[in-house]
Design a protein around this ligand. Structure first.
Ligand SMILES: Nc1ncnc2c1ncn2[C@@H]1O[C@H](COP(=O)(O)OP(=O)(O)OP(=O)(O)O)[C@@H](O)[C@H]1O
Length: 262
């Protein structure tokens, strides 16, 4: 089943084109990763898929529903979004932040039910931040703050979760913890997870489907071994890459080489 269908999406900021006819199908209950060089339009594409931006042309369909016709609250019940930049001056505790997800689902802010608090507790446990529940976000490290926002998205209990570089501020242990968690959400709850990542090795390990974007167009999409190939990646990124197969996982392993591509 296809959870999200994008058809010929075009988008420009103040007349400068950024997406130039992007079409993709995101399979339901899978982990879908968008990769590509800086400025290729990945965050813009995510914001269109989340309904936070309107395409200049083209359509986004959630199942059979046209995103352009959905109300804001219908979108909030369908999609949870974890943004790329997480504010560092955020005067709320971790628990309050996570509970905000319930008002996105239609509850009232500040009037949480026991079920809301239980959902928040579970989301914090899932993301390993239960012990930080009463700390305010401005007193957390970048990685802890990132996990608090992921917990908020988990607590929203939506069928679709969209995350912009969710592992960017995390050390190796927390990168794998977050990616294991997102994989579990896809396998156990059937959540459709769409994310942007610059970490091609993590993408190789965890993505069911990869899409490579360059200059606002889809260059290649498919299984990691079909996309993570030197002849595909090197022209897109403009650098040299050594790609082999990792002996223990059998997945493509990507090592950047010094110097630019000729
Ligand atoms: N609000 C904005 N106003 C004008 N131009 C923008 C805006 N946001 C992004 N852009 C431009 O659109 C292009 C695509 O940006 P986008 O953030 O979608 O790329 P990206 O692939 O996510 O980049 P990165 O990997 O660096 O995060 C860039 O050239 C960027 O400068």
């Amino acid at each position: 089943m296809t959870a999200i269908r994008a058809r010929d999406l075009r988008f420009a900021y103040n007349g400068t084109p950024v997406l130039d006819g992007v079409s993709l199908d995101v399979p339901g209950g899978s982990l879908f990763t968008i990769i590509g060089p800086n400025g290729s339009g990945k965050s813009t594409l995510l914001r269109l898929l989340a309904g936070l931006l309107r395409p200049g042309a083209g359509r986004v369909l959630l199942g059979e529903r046209d995103m352009a016709r959905m109300t804001r609250s219908a979108r909030a019940r369908a999609i949870a979004m974890v943004p790329q930049t997480i504010p560092d001056s955020f005067p709320f505790t971790v628990e309050q932040t996570v509970l905000m997800a319930r008002s996105a689902r239609g509850g009232l802010l500040g009037i949480e039910t026991a079920a809301d608090r239980e959902a928040a507790r579970l989301a914090m446990r899932y993301t390993g931040i239960e012990n930080l529940a009463s700390r305010t976000l401005d007193r957390l490290s970048g990685g802890e703050r990132q996990r608090a926002f992921i917990a908020r998205a988990v607590c929203q209990e939506t069928p679709i979760m969209i995350l912009d570089e969710p592992t960017a501020a995390l050390d190796y242990a927390h990168q794998t913890q977050v990616m294991d968690l997102l994989s579990r959400l896809a396998r156990e709850r059937g959540t459709t997870v769409v994310l942007v990542s610059h970490d091609l090795n993590l993408a190789s390990l965890y993505a069911d489907t990869l899409v490579l974007l360059a200059s606002g167009r889809v260059v290649r999409s498919g299984a990691p071994e079909d996309v993570l190939r030197p002849e595909v990646l090197e022209p897109a990124y403009g650098c040299r890459l050594l790609i082999d197969t990792a002996p223990d996982t059998g997945r493509p392993r990507i090592i950047p080489l010094p110097g630019q591509r000729g």
